[in-house]
Design a protein around this ligand. Sequence first.
Ligand code: GDP
Length: 365
Amino acid sequence: GETSDSFAIEESLKELAQLADTAGLMVVGSTYQKLASPNPRTYIGSGKVAEIKSAIRAFEVETVIFDDELSPGQLRNLEKAFGGDVRVCDRTALILDIFNQRAATHEAALQASLRLFVALAQMEYQLPRLTKMWTHLERQAGGKVKGMGEKQIEVDKRILRTQIGVLKKELESVRKHRKQYRNRRFSVPVPVVSLVGYTNAGKSTLLNQLTGANVLSEDRLFATLDPTTRRVQMKNGSEFLLTDTVGFIQKLPTTLVAAFRATLEEISESSLLVHVVDISHPLAEQQIEAVEKVLAELDVSEIPKLMVWNKVDKVTDPEKIKLEAERREDIVSISALTGEGLLEFCNAVQEKLKDSMVPVEAFVP
Ligand code: GDP
């Protein structure tokens, strides 16, 4: 195919490798194949299956991860083809794994809701696959136990649905609780600024830089209440709450987009969205698009936005980037690492907030 096409595939695989690394796996290699259409049985062609199989033996591979979502049948066939204890999974399953790990270590405030939505997404992912598994077992048994599988499917589905129902209720109560907390927060009329952006764009670095820098101060009491939100106070006395959100990635599975809404809900109550971009990344343009796509699904078009081109210290021609940012409206270029442009950033935030100030009365519950 075209070179740019291959480039996008390679970048996506690089991201998949990073995800695998985050999940604690050691990546020994990656490969891809271009087919007119995926093989319905094994997704990849038989030659590729053989090639991967020999790599599995050579490197004692335990897990094979596919960048696209595999059907339950393809998963099963690939596992059978690779043999032994090799685990085959797709991007969705890998992301769920990571969120599961994260949910176990994440800060108290987000812990409960994160864990719930991961469990929920996992169950919703399992539900359609359950039927396939039992149909398969039944066929294996040669029809001797006909009907038994069907009954089992119904039982399993009922159990899963009950669990999903319980989780949804719990999630709802966590949401209510957080909403009450937000309402209390709003009784003090401090505008909320949400950082959004692609994973690795530099959101948490920016949050830490701003609240650690001497121009600004951090309200420690507040930090202990909600570790992902900080009070940023400017020298001129004005202040705003800066809050970090979950990082976005490309090809977010649809089941997760729905689940993400729960944690991203707070975005819709912000006075300003700051979209942090890693401008040094070769696929910055695509990452911007991926974030904007998720934002579009969140229905936040009314909220003012400011774009931040981060990591200007890393680009080959920083002057060109800075000029381009200045030329365009609503963009500031910074380096969260070196601190360059942070004051300009804060001023831009202040300027934006001025336009969107909500009267104090509106915040009183
Ligand atoms: P997040 O996922 O958006 O929260 O991203 P992080 O804040 O964790 O940053 C991801 C990586 O980029 C880290 O290794 C940071 O040190 C690095 N980083 C963040 N900002 C900058 C920057 O302005 N310049 C450079 N060179 N690296 C940065």
